[in-house]
Design a protein around this ligand. Structure first.
Ligand SMILES: [Zn+2]
Length: 321
C-alpha cells in the first residue's frame, strides 16, 4: 500500500505541526505532535477519515505511531477528536486526555453523532467517517488546572468554554505558548483574519468572552491553532476574535427578528464576511481559495445554527421585534 501524502513541519526540537489534509485541502485541520523520552503526544487528532494521513505524518516526522502515549483533546468535536477511537486501536499504549464533561460522549458517541448529523446531514460519512467509541479505561479526565507532562513540557489544562462546554486549552507556560483548540478562533496560514467557529449546541458568547480574556491574560507569544498553525498571541488576535464573535451575533439576531431561516442567515454572514476574508487573503495568492478554505474549516451554516440556538436558549429578548 502506498503511504498517503503528508505535510509536516517541525516547529521546535520536540514539536511538529501535522497537516491532516482534510478533504484533500492543506491548511485546514492540524494535529500537533510532541516528542519526548516517555513517548509521543498528539494534541487533537482530526477526522477519522484522515487517520491514515495522521499516522503517515507521525512517520514523516521520524517517529512510529506505536510510540504515541498521550492523546490530548481540546474538545470532542469531530474535526478534533473524530480519529480518537480508531487511533487507539493502532496505539496500544496511548491514553486519552479530555475534559470530564466531554469524556462520556467519547465513551458513548451517540449524542455527538446525532448533533453532528444535524449539521452535516448526508455528508457525515464523507467528512467524518465512523466515530468509534473510546474505551472508558483509556481516558484520563481533565479539570481546570490538570497537568500533563510530555518530555520537557508541562501542559496545563485551561477550562475555556464558549465554543464548547467541555473545551480546554493547553497552556505551556515555560514556552509562552497555548495549544488553543477552537477557543482562539480560526486563522488560516498566511491570512490575517480571525473567524469565530460558532457551532451548536454549546455556543455561549458570555462564556467565550471570559475564555478569550483568560487566554489573553496569559500573554502567550504563540498560539498553536488547530485551524491552522502557529499564530502570534497578540492583543489584536484576541480583540478581533471577540469583536467578530459579537458582530456576527448582531447579524444573526437581526436575521432572526426578520424571520429568516438558517440558510438565509448563513448567506447574511457570508455576504458580510467573505469580502473581508478575500481582502485579508489578497496577498496569499488566491483569495477565492482562501474563502473556500475558511468555509471548510468552519462553515457559515453551522455558525448560523450555533448562534440561533444560543439566542433562543439564552437571549430570547434579543429576538423580539
Ligand atoms: Zn470545535
Amino acid at each position: 500500500m502506498n503511504e498517503p501524502a503528508t505535510r509536516v513541519k517541525q516547529l521546535a526540537p520536540d514539536l511538529w505541526l501535522l497537516d491532516t489534509l482534510f478533504q484533500g485541502s492543506p491548511g485546514v485541520i492540524a494535529s500537533y505532535l510532541l516528542t519526548g523520552p516517555d513517548g509521543l503526544a498528539l494534541v487533537d487528532v482530526g477526522s477519522a477519515v484522515t487517520l491514515d494521513t495522521l499516522l503517515a505524518s507521525v512517520r514523516a516526522a521520524g517517529h512510529q505511531p506505536e510510540e504515541i502515549a498521550h492523546i490530548l483533546l481540546t474538545h470532542i468535536h469531530l474535526d478534533h477528536a473524530g480519529a480518537t477511537g480508531p487511533l487507539l486501536r493502532r496505539t496500544p499504549h496511548a491514553r486519552v486526555y479530555v475534559h470530564h464533561i466531554g469524556a462520556p460522549h467519547l465513551v458513548n458517541p451517540s449524542k455527538l453523532i446525532e448533533s453532528a448529523s444535524r449539521i452535516y446531514g448526508d455528508k457525515m460519512g464523507q467528512l467524518w467517517g465512523e466515530m468509534l467509541p473510546v474505551p472508558e479505561d483509556r481516558i484520563t479526565t481533565l479539570d481546570e488546572g490538570s497537568e500533563v507532562r510530555i518530555g520537557q513540557r508541562t501542559l496545563r489544562a485551561l477550562y475555556t468554554p464558549g465554543h464548547a462546554i467541555h473545551h480546554v486549552a493547553f497552556h505551556d507556560a515555560a514556552n509562552a505558548a497555548v495549544f488553543t483548540g477552537d477557543a482562539a478562533g480560526v486563522r488560516l496560514e498566511d491570512v490575517d483574519y480571525v473567524r469565530p467557529p460558532t457551532p451548536p449546541p454549546d455556543l455561549n458568547l458570555e462564556d467565550w468572552s471570559v475564555s478569550i480574556e483568560r487566554l489573553r491574560a496569559l500573554r502567550p507569544e504563540t498560539l498553536y491553532l488547530p485551524h491552522f498553525g502557529p499564530a502570534a498571541g497578540t492583543e489584536r488576535h484576541f480583540a478581533e476574535l471577540r469583536e467578530r464573535l459579537y458582530a456576527w451575533g448582531e447579524i444573526v439576531a437581526r436575521g432572526m427578528r426578520q424571520g429568516e431561516n438558517d440558510a438565509q442567515i448563513a448567506d447574511d454572514l457570508a455576504a458580510a464576511a467573505d469580502p473581508e476574508v478575500a481582502r485579508a487573503a489578497a496577498t496569499a495568492g488566491d483569495p477565492e481559495q482562501e474563502v473556500r478554505r475558511y468555509e471548510l474549516a468552519t462553515n457559515y451554516l453551522m455558525s448560523a445554527q450555533g448562534y440561533m440556538r444560543y439566542y433562543r436558549k439564552t437571549h430570547p429578548e434579543a429576538l423580539a421585534n
